[in-house]
Design a protein around this ligand. Structure first.
Ligand code: CAO
Length: 449
């Protein structure tokens, strides 16, 4: 007798469209009661959805990077036993089970919501014939074949992800080759000491460990834990910095005329409750440059042999918040005018600072802009937001003397710093893109504002 149990997303508070960051089981795999099936990650927390019963995974209805909300179907389990809380019992003849193992008819399933997110992970069952997927490292992880899928609990996978460790390279010392925390820390130590030889595509820097210093020997100190966003984004920034060959191209755009136009329209924006800053012109100029140079509106696919060219223009904007850096995405910037962009930017950046962005609002970007123009500086090296291939850094514009062939003229010059992925973009195109973007700002009247 087979009892089919539907596992749905439990009550997860006010959150909707939470990304699935880990799928921890595969169809056909045996699961224990309370074994985690998937991991969901909101901007505030990571939660695992456990199996309400033991049995065999019959169907998986979610994939990595799907977004789910309360009540969405995650999986159907052929339960070993009917849990006491279920109301309907369904018997499926074994013959039918064999004929259509992946297509149970909906009325024959029982509905059980998972008990709720669990803070601590239940011990996973040892791997059988089923496969476990490696954690999705957001923003451009490489795929792992089932043959190389490491055997580790979700908590260990999360720990490894925070440290930027690829578990494929770690040898498990526990029963059945399961990877435990000590294996991960041991791997990190040996890598830092230059001992480990990465098996597959690892970075394997042969660096000495950072010095261990007792700072209090030199004066008073205080320990301040990093904010959650800093810890999460720090790992990704580190990965992007060490795994992408960055080149930063600097240029200056003459925004003297654009500034006259912007100031003339500032009051109109003010009346509508937002500011018209240079950033919206930069978004428009970026879209124009991405349209002219499609290779910048692209990502490397998992094989790293093809470029995925995007036909949409979603621009991520780095926003400085009390908890750390976040990058909300303004969608379809080619279809919005500068006032619409300014209104959306004001809304997104305010909600980013209030910690109220939905995960979906930070996904799907094609190209990012990091503007420090409101603060100062003359140039910097922005870190590419993988899987994007370029990011524009903007510093503060200032009046500078420009030679017009006869004399120096005072012009409002805006510094641009474009970091690009040199595996995908060569230096000449990096310079062409940046110059074209600057020329769009200089001839702003020709832009689709
Ligand atoms: N040159 C001169 N002035 C500039 C400017 C520039 N490039 N960019 C903005 N300004 C001015 C604005 O016009 C505004 O002037 P007023 O107050 O007189 O109107 C002032 O600086 C402040 O602008 P702002 O920062 O509030 O607005 P913005 O649209 O330029 O930026 C946002 C919005 C959310 C991107 C920004 O507030 C922010 O968070 N920036 C930090 C991004 C960051 O941390 N990046 C680093 C990431 S690490 O790579």
């Amino acid at each position: 007798m087979t009892h089919q149990i539907e596992v749905k997303v439990p009550d997860i508070g006010d959150f909707i469209d939470i990304p699935v960051i880990e799928v921890l089981v595969a169809v056909g795999e045996s699961v224990d009661v309370e074994q985690s099936l998937v991991t969901l990650e909101s901007d505030k927390a990571t939660m695992e959805v456990p199996a309400p019963v033991s049995g065999v995974i019959r169907e998986l209805r979610v994939s990595l990077d799907d977004s789910v909300s309360e009540g969405d179907l995650i999986a159907i389990i052929d339960a070993d036993e009917v849990p006491a809380s279920t109301e309907v019992e369904t018997e499926i003849p074994p013959e039918k089970d064999r004929e259509q193992p992946l297509a149970p008819s909906p009325p024959q399933t029982e509905q059980v919501s998972a008990a709720g997110p669990v803070a601590k992970t239940a011990r996973p069952a040892p791997p059988s014939t089923g496969s476990r997927q490696t954690p999705p490292v957001p923003m451009g992880a490489s795929a792992t074949s089932p043959a190389t899928i490491p055997y580790a609990s979700p908590a260990i996978r999360r720990f490894a992800r925070e440290l930027g460790v690829d578990l494929v390279q770690v040898k498990g010392s526990s029963r059945g080759g399961r990877i435990i925390r000590d294996d991960v820390t041991g791997f990190v130590k040996s890598t830092l000491a230059g001992v480990a030889t990465p098996a597959t595509g690892g970075l394997g820097f042969d660096l000495p460990p950072p010095p261990k210093v007792n700072f209090s020997r030199y004066g008073d100190v205080e320990l301040q834990p990093l904010a959650k966003i800093q810890k999460v984004s720090g790992a990704y920034l580190h990965r992007n910095w060490v795994s992408i060959p960055h080149v930063t191209q600097n240029d200056l755009a003459d925004t003297t005329q654009m500034e006259v136009y912007r100031k003339a329209n500032a009051a109109r924006a003010q009346e509508q409750g937002f500011k018209l800053t240079p950033l919206v012109f930069l978004i428009k100029a970026s879209v124009a440059a991405l349209q002219k140079f499609p290779g910048f509106n692209a990502s490397l696919d998992e094989s790293r042999e093809n470029l995925v060219l995007k036909k949409y223009f979603h621009i991520g904007i780095a926003v400085d918040t009390p908890g750390g850096l976040v990058v909300p995405v303004i969608r379809d910037c080619d279809q919005k005018d500068i006032f619409e962009l300014a209104a959306e930017l004001a809304d997104l950046s305010q909600r980013a600072r209030d910690g109220k962005l939905k995960p979906i609002e930070m996904q799907g970007g094609c190209f990012s802009i990091s503007s420090l123009g409101g603060i100062g500086g003359t140039s910097f090296t922005p870190i590419i937001n993988a899987p994007e291939v370029a990011i524009l850094g903007v510093s503060r514009s200032s009046m500078r003397p420009q030679w017009d062939g006869e004399t120096f003229q005072p012009r409002m010059m805006l510094p641009l710093s474009l970091s690009y992925d040199h595996r995908v973009i060569d230096g000449a195109n990096g310079a062409r893109f940046t110059r074209y973007l600057a020329s769009c700002l200089e001839d702003f009247e020709n832009m689709d504002l």
